[in-house]
Design a protein around this ligand. Structure first.
Ligand code: HEM
Length: 137
């Protein structure tokens, strides 16, 4: 079971990274394009942000399982709690982005703060991976 859960944890990482990078490249293209983004770009933006959210939810579900079952909820030190803090912030940002995008009328650009928080979630995910390696390597 540990191997299955750890594999799914890393699948979550891949899905989250794919969704995050896709969103970043898409917003770069949308900024370069003249006028409002095409319907295809708008649809892709939703797909990528959903992939990122599903990936992070998978990280949370499998991460909690690994921690509770394999580590018996042990206090694993400061680097582990910093990783959890990063994971909380990433999840909060992705949920806020999804809510803001759902409220944005079709054809309008997403609110400006999304363009600042999106990269912050990316940086936090690199930090979370580095902390995970420090704790568990
Ligand atoms: C953004 C969120 C997260 C990222 C990027 C992430 C990343 C990683 C990575 C890369 C590893 C492998 C480390 C290694 O084997 O050297 C790992 C392992 C682990 N993660 Fe996460 N993780 C996240 C969220 C969580 C959460 C929320 C929890 C628990 C509440 C968690 C618990 C664990 C545990 C227990 C392991 C160790 C598995 C083992 O013994 O090999 N993770 N994580």
């Amino acid at each position: 079971m540990f191997i299955l859960m750890k594999t799914l944890h890393l699948f979550g990482l891949m899905l989250g990274a794919g969704g995050g990078l896709g969103s970043m490249f898409l917003s770069i293209q949308a900024k370069r394009a003249e006028g409002p983004p095409s319907p295809a770009l708008v649809a892709l933006r939703k797909n990528f942000s959903l992939a990122a959210l599903v990936g992070v939810l998978l990280l949370w579900a499998t991460g909690l399982w690994l921690w509770l079952v394999d580590y018996n909820g042990a206090l694993l030190g400061i680097a582990f709690w910093l990783k959890i803090l990063a994971a909380v912030l990433i999840l909060g940002i992705l949920v806020a982005v999804r809510v803001a995008m759902a409220r944005t009328p079709v054809g309008n650009p997403p609110p400006a703060w999304i363009q600042r928080l999106g990269p912050a979630a990316g940086v936090l995910s690199y930090i979370a991976v580095a902390l995970a390696v420090i704790v568990f390597a």
